[in-house]
Design a protein around this ligand. Structure first.
Ligand code: 4IP
Length: 259
């Protein structure tokens, strides 16, 4: 696999002179297509995530892709030798343009939608060091291309499955459908349920570890200030996968809160 810095060097090599300086912006995605930007922001971003990419409409044109509640809008930006034009605003330099974004500007689209530019979507994302294990791997001659797979791409760090959990006051064990997504762990009555029974905010979780205090095997516990949740999986490997992924999330949140 290519390293990020190698990819960057490659991009720089192919980039036009107009792009000079833009690579210093970690939310500049050279060569990202409109489609890919939409897929990326919809699956991994949140309301207010945005990124800058090169537009193929002209050498001086760029596009700002912004994620709204459940759609992505694209705005054109023109960068000439002397200025950067974005909507009614004109900036003399790249730093001036960038500092405009630091104040979370509100922009309106032609359709009347208002969007706040809250979080730049970085070019490099840290990957958890653990992965789902491959259970089935087969090639189907269905004529699909790599591009067809983009919409099915799962967001990084998402995991779901049936886990058996213990009640809070009444210590009965119930099998529930769990979904780990972003900073939340939700559990549902079953896979078909649309409303979660509960949503656990992982920013409040102080730790996750294997637990041997219960009468069940393959258990782990999630510690929250007001309660410790005990959860069991079918196999030790599965428990280990959940623990590692949740730990990785906790460490990412810790890092984010420090920066
Ligand atoms: C219930 O036991 C279930 O275990 C609940 O789990 C649990 O709520 C209740 O905890 C517990 O009393 P019975 O169904 O045997 O009555 P679930 O919500 O998954 O159905 P939690 O808080 O674990 O979701 P208490 O704390 O309400 O007793």
């Amino acid at each position: 696999m290519m390293s990020d810095s190698f990819t960057d060097e490659l991009c720089r090599g192919r980039a036009g002179s107009q792009e000079v300086g833009l690579f210093e912006l970690d939310w500049y995605h050279h060569n990202l297509s409109r489609h890919a930007a939409e897929a990326l922001l919809l699956s991994n971003g949140e309301d207010g995530s945005y990124l800058l990419r090169k537009s193929h409409d002209g050498p001086e044109l760029y596009a700002l892709s912004v994620r709204g509640k459940d759609s992505v809008k694209h705005f054109q930006i023109e960068r000439t030798k002397d200025s950067i034009k974005f909507g009614f605003n004109e900036f003399r330099s790249l730093p001036e343009f960038v500092s405009h974004f630091a104040n979370q500007p509100l922009i309106g689209s032609e359709t009347g939608t208002l969007l706040i530019l809250k979080t730049p979507y970085p070019r490099k994302v840290e990957e958890p060091s653990i992965y789902e294990s491959v259970r089935v791997h087969t090639a189907m001659q269905s004529g699909r291309t790599e591009n067809d797979l983009v919409s099915e791409a799962r967001s990084l760090g998402t995991k779901e499955g049936y886990l058996t959990k213990q009640g809070g006051r009444v210590k009965s064990w119930k099998t529930r459908w769990f979904i780990l997504h972003r900073n939340e762990l939700k559990y549902f009555k079953d896979k078909m349920s649309t409303e979660p029974i509960k949503t656990l905010d992982l920013t409040e979780c102080t730790g996750v570890q294997f637990d041997y205090s219960q009468e069940k095997i393959n258990c782990f516990c999630l510690v929250f200030p007001e309660r410790t949740y005990y959860v069991c999986t079918k196999t030790g490997v599965e428990a280990d996968e959940w623990i590692k992924l949740i730990r990785w999330k906790l460490s990412q949140m810790k890092k984010a809160s420090k920066s």
